[in-house]
Design a protein around this ligand. Structure first.
Ligand code: ADP
Ligand code: MG
Length: 694
């Protein structure tokens, strides 16, 4: 039998080009493809017949496009129109302000649309969402394509150049073979499964890709959710076990030659939360057990100051302190901040990123190896094979969810006994944090430094856009900067590169006289950083972005954040976006624009509070009501299938089983546990799994 880990490229109808695109979706192997399950389903039984639509209805219909066009309405607003027909009749659909749809929605296509029906020269629908079900053929009517009643349409997460329809077709031809291959990988015996009423893996995957009915989907999802929770708990259980049996660390001394004057010299007093976190970190560093701690706090809660203090504690012990950031831009930002902070105690940080010249790099490497460099800030460049540290004492990792587990391990091994502090700005409730980062100890900054003015937040309908633009313009005129963020609508490929470009053109026209920059998903990392750098330097005043702007980027002059189609973002993402403005002395403003009839509850929760932890709780509460698999949450990449609120029974069970298993067979050597070891390696990286076991 071929390996289930074979590259997806070798599956039927895939090939190298599509494989590259699959890689963007995280699908690398045949097994990944099996786990690439639909994000939701459209059930043709709930689809309304076009003839039955009445103004005032909120409906989903499926129809073939019979004609399209763009009409100029009042005040220059261009409206894209498409007439859709099904077996019972036809209706006009209108998308105000989206003329670029003309390029993606074409005659002959089969579309599924959802939105309100109103009366406007006859019945008209204003789709909030549309999904292309099938490409059409302009010449003829494809015969068997109309959805039969009761058929469930899986809608797959897609990407530019690989539509959900293509993915559906690829999965359809490969599914039978792959399901046979996966049969032998069942790790949970029937007794175990029946405790939870979950189906075997093969059955679950088959159901998710090709459900006979919608109600079969939930038990199948629970199966994958359980697996996901179980392996994470297993990973934690093994890490804990290992830490107990072998974890010699560095005992930093209680001497405070640098850290104390540093704290005393700050122009502010630490908040209670910072005090507490610092005491915890300091105690960890003085103990001869290795520190492995998460410092969690909302954007601007004061994590960097604490990280700097920890670094100075290592340095006063004649050791080196390393801070690693996920991008060059963030590394540079930390470098500037730390340079400013540490100046008072006479420590000069070094920077090591990929953009140093060969010479500069060589010199930096020498200073790292000789111990001359004491505080070092950098990117992945810090974990390359030729990097040697003389005496690392503490490693700080910023925004850890951007790093793979493997990279964390490499960094930890930079010095085999170094203390590690992970900083995360994703505000999640304590209980959840313990679950997600069960192998870490936790310090939380749940208190903001005093005197902050919260970002003024509004939730706005499309009719307020012009007024909002005027406000933005007045801010730009005062010398401030702004962001306009659009979600990537990957399902329908609406917002392709041309659309982004056109939007950029429109906004450049609207904000003539200002430099309008564009960030989109097709830019390389270097190009993206270049745009951000120009924004940071003030050369670009308004940044239009179809991708999420760097987490943690700090442009104190930026005051306005507009988020378009805000209902497409998760609460955590919205909060992160809002955190980009109001970072300096200027008041920040954020508006979330929704395109439906009224704002979803999530947006109202967003406007109500700027407390990240409160939002995180609201998010957990509201998520169960959204998509079947919820949204991919920023900073919580581990969970694709599980929803902690809804699946707390699974989590509890997984936690208990994992600990029991590790207590009885820490290395997972028994034959009946081999599959667990294999799966753990598959999920969390070969070396991580082995390393954690020791
Ligand atoms: P984070 O790293 O959590 O985003 P920072 O450490 O960068 O937060 O702090 C954000 C801003 O708040 C910085 O300008 C910092 O100097 C300031 N700051 C940090 N702690 C305090 C405090 N206790 N009181 C007042 N200002 C503070
Ligand atoms: Mg910071």
């Amino acid at each position: 039998m071929p390996s289930i880990y074979r590259p997806v490229q070798f599956l039927k109808t895939v090939g190298p080009r599509r494989a590259e695109r699959f890689a963007r979706l995280g699908v690398l192997t045949a097994l990944d493809l099996l786990y690439h399950v639909p994000r939701r389903y459209e059930d043709a039984t709930t689809v309304a017949r076009i003839s039955s639509l009445e103004p005032g209805d909120e409906a989903t219909i499926i129809g073939r496009v019979v004609s399209t066009g763009v009409i100029r309405a009042r005040r220059g607003l261009r409206v894209f129109h498409a007439v859709l027909r099904d077996a019972t009749g036809q209706i006009e659909c209108a998308w105000p302000g989206r003329p670029w749809l003309e390029r993606t929605v074409r005659k002959g296509q089969l579309l599924l649309v959802t939105g309100p029906v109103r009366f406007y020269h006859g019945r008209q629908m204003q789709p909030r969402e549309h999904t292309l079900l099938e490409e059409g053929d302009e010449a003829g009517e494809p015969a068997d394509s109309e959805p039969a009643a009761g058929r469930v349409f899986p809608i797959y997460p897609a990407t530019e150049g690989l539509s959900h329809r293509q993915i559906r077709a690829i999965i359809r031809v490969n599914l039978p073979t792959l399901l046979r291959e996966v049969e032998s990988r069942e790790p949970f015996d029937p007794g175990w499964r029946s405790e939870l009423s979950i189906p075997p893996l093969r059955k679950a995957l088959e159901t998710l890709h090709d459900p006979a009915a919608l109600e079969d989907v939930e038990p199948a999802r629970r199966r994958l959710a359980y697996e996901e929770l179980f392996y994470l708990q297993l990973l934690h259980a093994r890490a804990r076990h290992r830490q107990k049996t072998d974890a010699v660390g560095i005992s930093h001394s209680g001497e405070r030659r640098l850290s104390e004057p540093f704290l005393r010299g700050l122009p502010f007093r630490l908040t209670g939360a910072q005090e507490r976190a610092w005491r915890e970190i300091e105690a960890d560093m003085e103990r001869d057990v290795r520190m492995y701690r998460l410092l969690q706090g909302d954007v601007a809660s004061g994590k960097t100051v604490i990280a700097a203090t920890a670094m100075l504690k290592a340095i006063e012990n004649d050791r080196q302190a390393v801070l690693m950031a996920p991008t060059e831009l963030l590394a540079e930002q930390h470098f500037r901040t730390l340079t400013g902070l540490m100046e008072a105690v006479g420590v000069e940080p070094e920077i090591l990123t990929g953009s140093l010249s060969v010479r500069e790099r060589q010199r930096a490497l020498e200073r790292l190896a000789s111990g001359e460099a004491r505080a070092i800030v950098g990117t992945h460049a810090l974990i390359q094979a030729d990097v040697r540290f003389a005496a690392p004492g503490v490693v700080v990792i910023d925004e850890q969810h951007r790093f793979g587990v493997e990279q964390r391990r490499l960094l930890r091994e930079a010095g085999e006994r170094t203390d590690t502090l992970v900083m995360s700005a994703t505000p999640i409730p304590r209980s959840l944090a313990l679950t997600l980062y069960g192998d870490l100890d936790l310090s939380v900054l749940d208190e903001m430094p005093p005197g902050r003015t919260p970002v003024t937040t509004g939730v706005r309908g499309p009719e307020s856009r012009e007024a909002a633009f005027q406000f933005l313009e007045s801010q730009l005129r005062e010398g401030r900067q702004g962001y306009i963020v659009y979600p990537l609508i990957d399902e329908s490929e609406v917002l392709d590169l041309r659309a982004a470009t056109e939007m950029h053109e429109r906004l450049s026209e609207r904000f003539a006289g200002f430099e309008v920059g564009l960030l989109h998903g097709r830019l390389s990392g270097a190009e993206r950083e270049d745009v951000m750098r120009r924004y940071l330097a003030g050369e670009i005043q308004l940044l239009v972005s179809t991708t999420v702007i760097e987490v943690g980027i700090d442009v104190p002059n930026a005051t306005v954040m507009y988020i378009e189609d805000a209902e497409r973002f998760g609460l955590a993402q919205l909060h992160q976006l809002r955190g980009r403005v109001g970072r300096g002395t200027y008041q920040g403003y954020c508006a979330a624009f929704y395109s439906g009839k009224e704002p979803p509850e999530r947006l109202e929760a967003f406007a109500r509070t700027t407390d990240g932890f409160e939002l995180a709780r609201a998010d957990l509460r509201l998520r169960g009501q959204g998509n079947l698999f919820g949204e991919r949450q920023h900073g919580v990449p581990e969970f694709r299938f599980a929803e902690l609120e809804r699946d707390s029974d699974l989590l509890e069970h997984a936690w208990r089983k994992a600990r029991k298993l590790v207590a009885s067979d820490p290395k997972l050597e028994r034959p009946e546990h081999r599959q667990f070891a294999r799966d753990l390696v598959e999920r969390y990286g070969r070396s991580e799994a082995l390393y954690e076991v020791g």
